[in-house]
Write a protein that binds this ligand. Structure first.
Ligand SMILES: [Zn+2]
Ligand SMILES: [Zn+2]
Length: 124
């Protein structure tokens, strides 16, 4: 098992056995990231390059989950997405809600406007 801290992120890689042979299991800031190809060193190197990319696109891009960023360098939006502190959330769900504000068509205490119904329609 190898552990390291890269740019404030805690990474752990554990070499796989049996069916996971040739892979390493990666934990990033305490979140299980699944299997990465290669030994522990290779897995850590791939995670480092993803972290570099996560920094490049920025936390508000919503391209990477919160676990890809160093604790204390981001905050969560009202819907639980990581975003820059004081910045706007770049997650498509939040961007759509900003683009299309609530029309306040209340039926039985529940708003049925396109904006509020969208998440339910998309999920069905
Ligand atoms: Zn959001
Ligand atoms: Zn609404």
């Amino acid at each position: 098992m190898k552990r390291e801290t890269y740019k404030g992120r805690k990474i752990k890689a554990v070499k796989g056995r049996g069916s996971a042979w040739g892979y390493s299991r990666v934990t990033l800031n305490g979140v299980d990231m699944g299997k990465y190809m290669g030994d522990e060193g290779t897995a850590l190197a791939s995670v480092r390059s993803y972290i570099d990319h996560a920094d490049e696109v920025g936390v508000s891009s919503a391209r990477y989950g919160a676990e890809w960023y160093a604790p204390g360098t981001y905050e969560l939006c009202d819907h639980g997405h990581a975003k820059a502190i004081g910045g706007l959330c770049g997650h498509s769900y939040c961007e759509e809600r900003r683009a299309e504000p609530c029309a306040n068509i209340t039926v039985g205490g529940v708003c049925v406007c396109d904006h509020c119904m969208k998440p339910y329609l998309a999920a069905s």
